[in-house]
Structure formats: structure tokens, C-alpha cells
Design a binder for this molecule. Structure first.
Ligand SMILES: Cc1cc2nc3c(=O)[nH]c(=O)nc-3n(C[C@H](O)[C@H](O)[C@H](O)COP(=O)(O)OP(=O)(O)OC[C@H]3O[C@@H](n4cnc5c(N)ncnc54)[C@H](O)[C@@H]3O)c2cc1C
Length: 319
């Protein structure tokens, strides 16, 4: 049987959400992809989605107000009702995918395979274990396969000259799943910085920044380089940085071109989040800090000297 793949993502904003093109590329390794976008989808995002190589049909649910979007239980039940004829369901391992896909798996009584980083065949998938220190090859005995995709592990789908047809659908949500939870509002976080998950440059700070009492220096360097700001759990727990800046096993998994970690020891749980970074720059005054041993560029220096000097050298001095 040829695989029929349903890729599902939430959508907001003008551009197609980060990670969707990567999940489509993963789906296209298995077969023909139908892409379902849930949310208020602007014309620009519709065009970008329909032109992704591998997408044979684009489905839209047509919610005009984010408050119309049903709660997670209802969405999961609606997706289950859409699964007829599909051999695979893929969702980016975003907070949306991590919320919805296990609910779909529970309703379908199928084991989910989460954080997939490789696809061997239509039943066999590779996923990280032990904070990314081991890779497990998981083989399902039966389909459908229900997968969350670690999007940094797959290059985004290219653009096809022939856009896929678009169809508006209404999710068939059973009466008993209605009303278990309801979305009351939706407020995008303010700020002009790139999204941490997809930023090409990430400047992250750890407990070593504590003596300054704030993340101002880290933020200034990130802004000077046009990057996103990240943090360790210690920095978040210490009140230096908000929770959604946390990188690592229990935070965000990032894959930038350049990651600069300042005042970060490099605990295994933090390293789990930066494994896909193409170039790691470590700034730590302790030469034995584990971050140095995984770094491409190592500066055994005080971060309060190193970061301003780095910006001077790049001709972008800090104010
Ligand atoms: C179940 C579990 C899950 C976890 N999940 C995460 C996670 O998702 N993400 C995460 O980050 N952590 C996570 N942790 C916590 C993790 O184990 C570490 O405690 C944490 O990452 C340490 O943060 P840190 O590097 O900022 O602090 P520290 O380990 O205290 O390191 C601070 C570093 O700053 C250096 N330093 C100090 N002053 C300066 C200076 N002036 N200039 C340069 N360097 C300086 C020091 O040499 C030191 O190496 C988790 C832990 C557990 C148990």
C-alpha cells in the first residue's frame, strides 16, 4: 500500500509557521502529503503552503477568529475522524503537536512515536533517547503511524512550481468532545526578535550572567546580531529570563547556524537542546566547563569582557 500522509499544524501570522515545511519534507519521504492547517490562515501563508513540494492537497479549517478554534480534546477527536484512509499522521514537535498528537494516539489506541529525527521506512522511525545521547530505532507492527517530527532534523521542503489544490473542510467533532475546554483568547508575544526555534543566530545566557542581575547584555548582543535570546533552566529558575527562553531537554530544541552560550556550564540537559546548532561558541571563564568540550569556538573568558569585545570586533559596538 502506498503511504498516504496527513501533516497537521496550527497556523497564525502572515507567513507559514516555522517547522511546517520541515514536517512536510519528512512526510514526503513516506508518500503523498495532505497538509491541514488549523487556525486563521492568511493568503500569504496559504500560497506558501500550497507551493510546498510534496503537498498534493491543502486543507483549511477556516476559523476566522482564534476563539473559534476548539480546545485540544475536540481538535484531537476531529483529527481522528479525518484519519480514514491515511497511513501516517505527522505533526511538528511544537507545543501544538506535543499537545494534540498524544491525544489522537490515545483516542486511536495506537502508540505515538515522538520527536522523530529519522525515517527508515514506513513502519520504522528514529527518535532520540536520554537527552539525545542515544538514538532508538522504533518499529511499529501496524499503521497508522502517529509521529511528532523534530523539525530541525529535516531540511524544509522546497517550492513546487505547481501549487496544490486547496479545500475548505469542517472538522467533524463528536458531540461528547465539545466544550471540555474552550480557547478564550490569543495574544501573540510582543517583540521583534526572531523565534527561538527557527532563529539563525541564538545568544544564550546562563547562571554566569547572574552577577549583572539581568539579561540586558545578552539581549543587547542578540539584538546587535539580529538573533534570538535563549537561557538555561538555572537562569530561568533564578528569575533572569522568562520560561519560554529556556533551551534544553525540558525547554526548546534549537538548530541555529550560530549558538553563542555565555556563562553556561553545558549541563547535559542544556546540551540536549543545542545538538543541532551548526556552530557552537562557548564563553565561560572556567576552562573545565563542559560547554567548551562541545564548542567549535571556545573563549575561556569573563563574559562581561568577551561579549563587548566580540561586538567591537564585529563592528557592532554595544551602546
Ligand atoms: C530533569 C532535569 C531537566 C533539566 N532541563 C534543563 C533544560 O531544559 N535546560 C537547561 O538549561 N537546564 C536543564 N536542567 C538543569 C541543568 O542540569 C543545569 O542545572 C543547568 O543547565 C545549569 O545552568 P547554567 O549553566 O546556567 O548554570 P551553572 O551550571 O551554574 O553554570 C554557570 C556557568 O557560568 C560560568 N560563569 C560564571 N561567571 C562567569 C563569567 N563572569 N563569565 C563567564 N562564565 C562565567 C561558570 O563557570 C559556570 O560554568 C535540567 C535538570 C534536570 C534535573
Amino acid at each position: 500500500m502506498k503511504s498516504r500522509v496527513l501533516v497537521v499544524s496550527d497556523q497564525e501570522g502572515l507567513d507559514l509557521k516555522a517547522g511546517v515545511a520541515n514536517a512536510v519534507a519528512a512526510g514526503a519521504l513516506l508518500g503523498e502529503v495532505t497538509l491541514l492547517l488549523i487556525g486563521r490562515v492568511c493568503q500569504q501563508a496559504i500560497q506558501q503552503a500550497s507551493e510546498l513540494a510534496g503537498v498534493s492537497e491543502l486543507l483549511l479549517t477556516g476559523f476566522s477568529d482564534s476563539r473559534e478554534i476548539p480546545g485540544s480534546e475536540s481538535l484531537a477527536a476531529g483529527i481522528v475522524n479525518l484519519m480514514e484512509g491515511y497511513s501516517h499522521l505527522l505533526m511538528p514537535a511544537s507545543s501544538f503537536g506535543r499537545d494534540i498528537l498524544p491525544r489522537v494516539a490515545g483516542l486511536m489506541d495506537q502508540p505515538p512515536v515522538t520527536e522523530v529525527v529519522g525515517i527508515r521506512d514506513d513502519h520504522t522511525f528514529i527518535r532520540p533517547l536520554h537527552a539525545g545521547n542515544a538514538l532508538a530505532t522504533v518499529q511499529l507492527s501496524e499503521l497508522p503511524a502517529l509521529l511528532t517530527i523534530r523539525t530541525t532534523a529535516f531540511a524544509p521542503a522546497s517550492t513546487s512550481p505547481t501549487p496544490a489544490p486547496i479545500r475548505k473542510i469542517t472538522l467533524n467533532i463528536p458531540q461528547e468532545s465539545h466544550g471540555l475546554s474552550r480557547r478564550l483568547g490569543f495574544t501573540p508575544s510582543p517583540g521583534e526578535r526572531p523565534d527561538l526555534n527557527t532563529a539563525r543566530i541564538v545568544v544564550a545566557g546562563g547562571q554566569g550572567v547572574a552577577e549583572a542581575g539581568s539579561f540586558e547584555l545578552i539581549e543587547a548582543v542578540a539584538d546587535g546580531l539580529g538573533g534570538a535570546v535563549g537561557a538555561t533552566r538555572a537562569a530561568v529558575d533564578g528569575g533572569l529570563a522568562p520560561n519560554d527562553w529556556q533551551i534544553g531537554q525540558t525547554g526548546r530544541i534549537i538548530g541555529p547556524d550560530i549558538y553563542i552560550g555565555a556563562g553556561i556550564s553545558g549541563a547535559i540537559q542544556h546540551l540536549a537542546g543545542i545538538k543541532d546548532a551548526r556552530c557552537i561558541v562557548a564563553i565561560n571563564s572556567d576552562p573545565t566547563a563542559p560547554l567548551h568540550s562541545v564548542a567549535d569556538v571556545s573563549l575561556t573568558m569573563d563574559l562581561f569582557e568577551a561579549l563587548p569585545a566580540l561586538m567591537e570586533a564585529l563592528d557592532r559596538p554595544l551602546d
